[in-house]
Ligand binder design. Structure first.
Ligand SMILES: [Zn+2]
Length: 397
């Protein structure tokens, strides 16, 4: 996959390098749904892959694009045999991102970066899918396929489309072009227009079971310490993509710890500390950016557009907070401590949950999603972070 922070990424990306269906960790059921559709020659014009962040939904969409276009995958007799070969010209071009009929979009933002030669636009991973991005995609979808048996357009984090963009896409969903499939992914169904949802075939994606996730990580990181891998699996709650990102950027692990320390301290906080807590969340977003992007590029983009950068990485910060409050609401409602995502903090969570009201911590999860949506939109970042901090302090009363 192209690096998210890659300089000058186009608004419609080529797809990057991926492996075949059989290499996708923990998504056997969704893979089976797509394989059956291909065998029965009943591929839908639109799929909506929904489930938690970082479990491989976009990866699955890319593999699907290969499977429906693979040149050696034409005489299929069994469901299990549906797998892209990774070697024919279609597979290779999709892997290299040079296939003209397979395109992907995800939230992006343009940053005006200043350098010696003057200003230049840099495209970074962003908070919104813009009308411009969807416009390009809709135009491409209306053209005849140049090479593919089936054109595939992938829209990751589709909930990040603004209403205008979503309505533009809706027209294409209502009158789907022939031999074209749109694959949308989302972690938050409630933020998608119902009219969009109703036009797609839903495919639910679950996090990988621990043993499966561990096996997948071991294949990817053969030299990693087995104990470290196991605790990473526990931390990730089966979200393999998240675990991979953390293993790739160990600094984020420390950041995650500090964020959870801050979350654990909320019951002892007072109202007037909300501003400082909100400020801390924004600071963490900035650190997350610096920890995960190429150093020179990260500094440049941060200097050019601090607000845009912080807004983008608030997504990761809120993901961490959400795991904490999901764990708390599970435990406050009498759930088993073995089911928490933050397994390394089970005792601490259990102690905090004992004193909490289930409905309040439950509501905090909704408050976090609300803040995420506001920050993706044009809400004032500082204000949104502070309001969230006040609500979280209240939830821990
Ligand atoms: Zn192939």
């Amino acid at each position: 996959m192209p690096t998210p922070g890659g300089r000058g990424s186009p608004l419609i990306e080529d797809t990057g390098h991926f492996m075949s269906f059989s290499h996708i960790v923990g998504l056997e059921q969704p893979v089976a749904v797509l394989r059956r559709a291909i065998v029965a020659e009943r591929v839908s014009h639109a799929y909506l892959l929904h489930g938690p962040a970082n479990i491989g939904k976009t990866l699955l969409a890319h593999e699907f694009a290969k499977a429906v276009n693979c040149e050696t995958n034409t005489a299929i007799d069994s469901v299990e045999s549906v797998d892209p070969c990774d070697e024919c010209s279609a597979c290779r071009r999709i892997d290299q991102g040079s296939h003209p009929d397979i395109r992907a979009i995800r939230p992006m933002a343009k940053v005006q970066a200043e350098d010696e030669e003057g200003g230049a636009d840099v495209v970074i991973e962003g908070a919104m899918i813009t009308t411009e991005q969807v416009g390009h995609l809709v135009t491409e979808a209306s053209l005849k396929a140049s090479q593919a048996r089936r054109k595939v357009f992938i829209i990751s984090s589709a909930e990040a489309m603004n209403p205008t963009a979503a309505n533009r896409l809706l027209k294409t969903l209502e009158e789907p072009p022939p031999s074209t499939t749109l694959v949308l992914t989302t972690q938050n169904l409630s933020r998608l227009l119902p009219t969009i949802i109703s036009r797609c075939q839903m495919v639910k994606c679950h996090p990988a079971p621990p043993a499966v996730a561990e096996e997948g990580l071991r294949t990817r990181f053969p030299d990693a310490d087995p104990g470290a891998l196991r605790s990473m699996v526990a931390l990730s709650g089966g979200r393999v993509g998240w675990a991979i990102r953390l293993l790739d950027h160990p600094e984020t692990l420390e950041l995650r710890d500090r964020l959870l320390d801050a979350a654990a301290s909320l019951p002892a906080r007072d109202w007037f500390e909300g501003m400082a807590v909100g400020e801390g969340l924004i600071g963490a977003a900035e650190e997350w950016w610096l920890a995960t992007e190429d150093a020179e590029f990260a500094e440049k983009a941060l200097k050019a557009s601090p607000d845009r950068v912080r807004r983008t990485k608030m997504n990761d910060v809120l993901d961490v907070l959400l795991t904490w409050f999901r764990d708390l609401s599970l435990l406050a409602a009498g759930g088993n401590v073995e089911l928490v995502i933050n397994a390394d903090r089970g005792d601490e969570l259990a102690a905090i949950a004992r004193e909490r009201q289930p409905a309040r911590v439950q509501r905090a999860c909704g408050d976090i999603e609300e803040a995420r949506a506001q920050i993706r939109g044009n809400a004032n970042l500082r204000l949104a972070a502070e309001v969230l901090a006040f609500k979280l302090i209240r939830a821990c009363r």
